[in-house]
Write a protein that binds this ligand. Structure first.
Ligand code: 5GP
Length: 180
């Protein structure tokens, strides 16, 4: 089993490149079946989802699609409602489009909850979510439950395959779990 060290923490390989490839394939097959006669717009959430998205869209079969990117930051102000800040705003019109939001990981679901509300407000026909990883027992927003999931995990911290630790290690070809 491969291990890495980053900023004093040890991480152990959890999903190998071939595990990841099988998970991506499974998600791509489901999306291909569901969107065969549609022209979905993939909205990739930067930065983390770029690696998963690149593999996912290339594994689709017979899906005519468009791909765009967004970068957001969720923060909690003085009020009780979280606000979404658009660091890279949506460049594409989502009105009347079947949108598939692509995430690296869904944790509390806040980001997805807010992005879905934004897509709805912009007139999207439908909004589904594809994520490489999902932490079901951390979910706080029921409407953020992802439609397509590569792999579930509990509440461990993971890095690699797009997921960072303070901006680093996104380029690892496997997904690593922090060692307790
Ligand atoms: P949510 O809005 O669902 O609470 O958070 C989603 C974001 O939290 C992800 O896009 C990711 O940036 C970050 N995140 C949550 N869990 C992890 C994790 O285990 N590892 C890393 N690297 N980021 C995480």
């Amino acid at each position: 089993m491969r291990t890495i060290e980053e900023q004093g923490y040890r991480f152990e390989e959890w999903l190998t490149p071939s595990d990841i490839a099988a998970d991506v394939q499974q998600v791509a097959e489901r999306i291909s079946a569901d969107y065969k006669d549609k022209e979905p717009l993939f909205v990739v959430v930067l930065n983390g989802a770029f690696v998963f998205a690149a593999d996912l869209v290339r594994a689709l079969k017979d899906v005519r699609c468009e791909i765009t990117f967004i970068r957001v930051s969720s923060y909690w102000g003085m009020s009780s409602t979280g606000k979404l800040e658009f660091i890279v705003p949506l460049q594409q019109v989502v009105e009347n489009r079947d949108v598939i939001i692509v995430e690296d990981i869904v944790d509390t679901g806040l980001t997805i909850h807010q992005l879905k509300a934004h897509m709805r407000a912009q007139g999207a026909l439908s909004t589904r979510v594809a994520t490489m990883l999902f932490k079901p027992n951390k979910l706080e927003y029921e409407d953020a439950k992802p439609d397509y999931v590569g792999r579930e995990l509990t509440d461990e911290f993971v890095v690699g395959y797009g997921l960072d630790f303070d901006g680093f290690v996104r380029n690892l070809d496997a997904i690593y779990k922090v060692k307790q």
